[in-house]
Design a protein around this ligand. Structure first.
Ligand SMILES: Nc1nc2c(ncn2[C@@H]2O[C@H](COP(=O)(O)OP(=O)(O)OP(=O)(O)O)[C@@H](O)[C@H]2O)c(=O)[nH]1
Ligand SMILES: [Mg+2]
Length: 314
């Protein structure tokens, strides 16, 4: 199955959520405004239920009202694509018109190290495996560091992925300092001249101060061992957690400034609209999105492709 089809299937619950006023999406916009005001109210409710957020939902309705598109679906797709643009660009596009272009964001890390962080069970370790697979496919040589020394099976889990992908893994002892493992990994990457180090970290709640301090230390130590560009910090967010994920993101961002977000498990939720408040409120780019457990189920985020797949019924 192609990525696009996986994405389309993965978004089916969210699609159903937005299409609660099914059949009306093809409605001529003039009809929507002349006698179907309830359609817009339904739509606002559906958008909010899909976790698009109140502010974005209101703006989307406003853009739909001002749209020159022929029908509701086209207007909605345009308005939602706008919401996935950074603030400044959104204002500009509204003013000067919307010209679709190919603009898959860059998914290259700034430096040579990506540290992957997030709360428990969001998909950090599998995301590292998938990222390793992705960058390998881009011709990069990869190293993993098993920085989750907290959970007994965590190092082994990453070890299995490493073996499967022929990616070496820097391991630490259970209970050892995660910063020490990260230091060893960063040193090993430099010594072996590999292109990219992906550092796993233990899941942690964003309100646990000590654990957030630990992340800062891991980051400092990596930058000491590898004094090139500072390490990237990518937050993994589970789409199923919806709005709560935003709170997590803000706290992680305060502790270790994030350079990217990965949104996983979009296949398991009707709240895929959460992508919009993530873009609007965090001003951290969404790098990858995930729609399944397989190695190919994580791909670079492309806002236009996302909206197209979201409204693609057949
Ligand atoms: N359906 C689906 N499942 C996913 C996705 N990403 C990860 N998972 C699953 O989520 C579960 C948890 O993944 P892990 O990678 O172990 O999560 P983690 O964040 O490393 O967990 P901790 O290390 O315990 O904090 C696994 O069963 C994954 O296969 C996704 O995009 N879709
Ligand atoms: Mg893990």
């Amino acid at each position: 199955m192609t990525w696009y089809n996986k994405l389309r299937n993965g978004l089916s619950k969210t699609r159903k959520q937005i299409n609660t006023s099914a059949g009306t999406l093809g409605t001529d916009l003039r009809d929507v405004f002349s006698n179907r005001i309830e359609t817009l109210e339904d739509l606002e409710f559906a958008l909010i239920s899909a976790d698009v957020g109140r502010a974005a939902a209101a703006e989307i309705l406003e853009d739909v009202k001002n749209s020159k598109q022929p029908n509701l679906q086209a207007a909605l797709m345009e308005a939602m694509t706008l919401q996935l643009e950074p603030d400044a660009k959104r204002a500009q596009l509204r003013k000067y018109g919307f010209a679709p272009d190919a603009r898959r964001g860059s998914v290259a890390p700034n430096g040579k190290v990506i540290m992957v962080v997030g709360v428990n069970g969001v998909g950090k370790t599998t995301t590292i495996a998938k990222l390793g697979h992705y960058y390998q496919s881009q011709g990069k040589s990869v190293l993993f560091a098993a920085g989750d020394t907290f959970r007994a099976a965590a190092g082994a889990q990453l070890g299995v992925w490493g073996e499967r992908l022929s990616i070496p893994v820097t391991q630490g002892k259970e209970g050892s300092d995660p910063a020490a493992v990260a230091f060893d990994g960063a040193t090993e990457r430099v010594q072996r001249g590999l292109d990219l180090l992906l550092v796993d970290t233990a899941g942690r709640l964003h309100n646990k101060h000590n654990l957030m301090e630990e992340l800062k230390k891991v980051r400092r130590v990596i930058d000491k061992a590898d004094p090139g560009e500072p390490a990237d910090v990518w937050l993994v967010l589970d789409a199923v957690t919806g709005q709560n994920g935003l709170e997590q993101a803000k706290k992680f961002h305060e502790a270790t400034p994030l350079t990217g977000v990965v949104v996983t498990k979009l296949d398991g939720t009707a709240k895929g609209g959460i992508i919009i408040p993530i873009v609007r409120e965090l001003s951290v780019p969404i790098k990858f999105i995930g729609v399944g457990e397989g190695l190919d189920d994580l791909q670079p985020f492309d806002s236009q492709e996302f909206v197209k797949a979201l409204f693609d019924m057949d």
